[in-house]
Design a protein around this ligand. Structure first.
Ligand code: ADP
Ligand code: MG
Length: 282
């Protein structure tokens, strides 16, 4: 049964880190500001509390600072002021507790699918035996339906399969946080929907915390517990956070028959294309 009692009036504007939480804070962005060395003020006044196991999607116009924000969670970049913490610990550098999947797959083309995952597992779990490491790789390739493709190399497989390899590689490390930066942006619609459903299944089993950037509002609504909508830069910030109330496991057809889906969708479209229209859209 789809819950139609919650409508977009339940929207919460996040002005303080404490808002929107049902569980104790896990990942906390506290008054984060990012100014690049060239003086460009990318982000300002970013406050967000993410609970452990939550699925967050992030939308905003190109160049608003979505990757900048998640780079501070992965540890590739640091806030100019404010802090990003996990369980109260400041993030100082990249680590295997936070794995990133990019649109560009980032696979080693001369290595097999199996080896691409194995190399990561070997780097993070050097103390495990070869048998254990092989088992981890096999388990995660099976999870994304790539058992048959294990001995192929990236140039021999499709874009969807490559993205499955990157997801398997990220998850084989057993990260606490999975960071996805427009991972399905280059894929055709059908492959994308398949991968979204696989991702939800995997997330349901692993229960890691997911932060995912997307430019696809339907994808953002189908996947998320909460949808973070960003304003435009310079000095971009979190404009609003939408709670996505559909029960799980989610059924795409059922959701798309729910009038609440269109309320949320229109609300997000209105945010992006009217209230925070990009210069280029106006
Ligand atoms: P998004 O991921 O939302 O498309 P980004 O986070 O990549 O946006 O970039 C946000 C803004 O910061 C853009 O205007 C971009 O040009 C700028 N920017 C990104 N990286 C740097 C950098 N290293 N130095 C200066 N400006 C940067
Ligand atoms: Mg980006």
């Amino acid at each position: 049964m789809i819950n139609t009692t919650v409508n977009h009036k339940a929207t919460k504007i996040q002005s303080k880190p404490a808002i929107g939480d049902r569980r104790p804070p896990f990942l906390v962005m506290d008054n984060v500001q990012k100014v690049y060395p060239n003086g460009y003020r990318a982000l300002e006044n970013i406050n967000l509390n993410v609970s452990e196991g939550e699925f967050i999607t992030i939308i905003g116009h190109s160049g608003c600072g979505k990757s900048t924000l998640l780079n501070m969670v992965s540890g590739f970049s640091h806030p100019s002021s404010g802090s990003v913490t996990i369980n109260g610990q400041q993030i100082v550098k990249p680590g295997p507790d936070r794995m990133v999947v990019f649109q560009g797959y980032a696979l080693l083309p001369w290595r097999t699918v199996f080896e691409n995952v194995y190399i990561a597992v070997n780097a993070v779990f050097p103390e495990k035996s070869k048998v254990e490491k092989n088992a981890i790789v096999k388990e995660h390739l099976a999870m994304v339906g790539l058992t048959e493709a294990a001995e192929k190399r990236p140039p021999q497989i499709s874009g969807g399969m490559k993205q499955r390899v990157s997801i398997a590689r990220a998850l084989a490390i057993r990260p606490q946080v999975l960071i996805l930066d427009e991972p399905f942006g280059a894929l055709d619609a059908i492959t994308k929907e398949e991968l979204q459903e696989e991702l939800l299944k995997i997330w349901n089993d692993h229960r890691c915390t997911v932060l995912m950037i997307t430019h696809d509002i339907d994808e953002a609504l189908f996947l998320a517990d909460r949808l973070v909508m960003m304003t435009n830069g310079p000095a971009a910030t979190i404009g609003e956070v939408l709670e996505i109330p559909f029960p799980r496991p989610r059924d795409r057809v059922q959701i798309m028959e729910d009038p609440e889906y269109y309320n949320l969708r229109n609300y997000a479209l209105d945010f992006l294309f009217r209230r925070f229209a990009h210069d280029h859209d106006a």
